[in-house]
Design a protein around this ligand. Structure first.
Ligand code: FPP
Length: 257
């Protein structure tokens, strides 16, 4: 058992007072999060939606710290989907500024705390400033060996899988591959998550109960945890709650326990 009561990142010390007991040997290795409810959080307060996203950044910080403290190895955050372009231009423009804004404040500390920043998603369509901010974060943290903080930005699982299908057809067409070479491992190795274990736990905030085109292949046997809490209110307490629930589950992968 581990007892968690002390902050490791001093900025969030006041958030980290609570203690909880978890099994140390059953911490999910990879946690993925659909950060939903920013707009509704803002609406409830009579604020513009973008302020919900801005407050969502604070939740990203809190959750990163808590994940690191818990010993989670990979944290994948769904920051923008390939379908989010359908939103009003003002909101999309703001969402595209968020990585820059977040990293301008947090990157030095992420470097210092040994966090490795990664990005998965399509760069086509992303503004240059967004790509530049992410590339800088990836470059400056590439040798870090701690928590992997993986931002899914302009990511869509169906497009990702479709691309692998096209790649398989190309390989076979070029005679480099036969049909037998197309294995589940091969497909996994061509996805944007190549090198990362599949998520053990997926958290969705904001009360909706769906995957919204997020890691459909990778989540084949991942555990799902939903909460009504809006993303800007999410933090250590809710992450611990999710992990505690994860530890109560029996993972059978289609077999028997
Ligand atoms: C969904 O809430 C949220 C998003 C589409 C954007 C999530 C982005 C962040 C929380 C900021 C990410 C931070 C970094 C550092 C990249 P919604 O707008 O759909 O909420 P609603 O369902 O209440 O309308």
């Amino acid at each position: 058992m581990i007892r968690l009561f002390r902050p490791r990142w001093k900025q969030d010390r006041k958030d980290l007072q609570q203690s909880v007991s978890l099994q140390k040997d059953n911490i999910p290795q990879h946690v993925a999060v659909i950060m939903d409810g920013n707009g509704r959080w803002a609406n409830r307060r009579g604020m513009p939606r973008v302020l919900g996203h801005q407050n969502g950044m604070k939740a990203v910080k809190r959750t990163t710290i808590a994940a690191d403290e818990l010993g989670i190895r990979y944290l994948t955050l769904y920051a923008f989907s390939t379908e989010n372009w359908k939103r009003p231009k003002d909101e999309v423009d703001y969402l595209m500024k968020i990585p820059q804004e977040f990293l301008a404040i947090e990157l030095d500390e992420l470097v210092e705390k040994n966090v490795q920043v990664r990005m998965m998603g399509y760069t086509d369509g992303l503004p240059k400033h967004t790509i530049a901010a992410m590339e800088e974060a990836v470059r400056r943290t590439e040798n870090n060996t701690g928590l992997v903080l993986n931002f899914a930005l302009n990511y869509g699982s169906r497009r990702e899988i479709t691309d692998v299908v096209k790649k398989a057809i190309d390989e076979i067409g070029a005679g480099r591959f036969s049909e037998q070479d197309i294995t589940e491992d091969w497909v996994s190795s061509k996805l944007m998550t190549a090198g990362l274990p599949d998520p053990d736990l997926l958290i969705r905030t904001g009360g909706e109960l769906r995957l919204s085109n997020f890691m459909l292949w990778q989540m084949a046997y991942g555990e799902l945890w939903f909460t009504d809490v809006y993303w800007p209110e999410f933090g250590r307490e809710q992450l611990l709650e999710a992990v505690a629930e994860y530890q109560r589950r029996t993972r059978r992968y289609g077999g028997l326990s």
